[in-house]
Write a protein that binds this ligand. Structure first.
Ligand SMILES: [Zn+2]
Length: 126
């Protein structure tokens, strides 16, 4: 049975993977408390954390995104011929991108891992 799932727009705007309307995070991206994740969706009450420590797995996605950022930065600095500036430019880019990487690694956990590992909780029991 094919189940319709939300597309890219709810993922990029950090909306609930089930109903695509409720916000996953409490605060705005540019905030001191950018990391506060809700326990459940405010509109459909879908639980974002199927078990305690579910979001520890987001570290793997965060690592992959960070490596991608570093490799991309190295390539860009090499192509423009200013590779010496990479030692300063890439850490600055990492510090700026930390909230984005944190949030999208959690969103990847919700959109990729949750439906694969917790089918009963995500799709409901047949
Ligand atoms: Zn929802």
């Amino acid at each position: 049975m094919l189940v319709k799932r939300p597309g890219w727009v709810p993922f990029l705007t950090c909306k609930c993977p089930k109903c695509a309307t409720g916000r996953v995070f409490n605060n705005r991206l540019i905030s001191v408390k950018f990391a506060e994740t809700r326990y459940s969706c405010p509109s459909c009450s879908f639980s974002f954390e199927p078990e305690p420590g579910f979001f520890y797995g987001a570290m793997y996605f965060s690592y992959a995104l960070m490596v991608g950022l570093i490799v991309t930065g190295c390539i860009i600095f090499y192509v423009i011929g200013k590779f010496d500036y990479a030692i300063v430019g890439i850490p600055i880019a990492i510090v700026i991108m930390v909230p984005l990487i944190f949030r999208y690694s959690r969103m990847m956990m919700l959109y990729i891992v949750y439906p694969l590992m917790y089918k009963d909780k995500f799709y409901g029991k047949p």
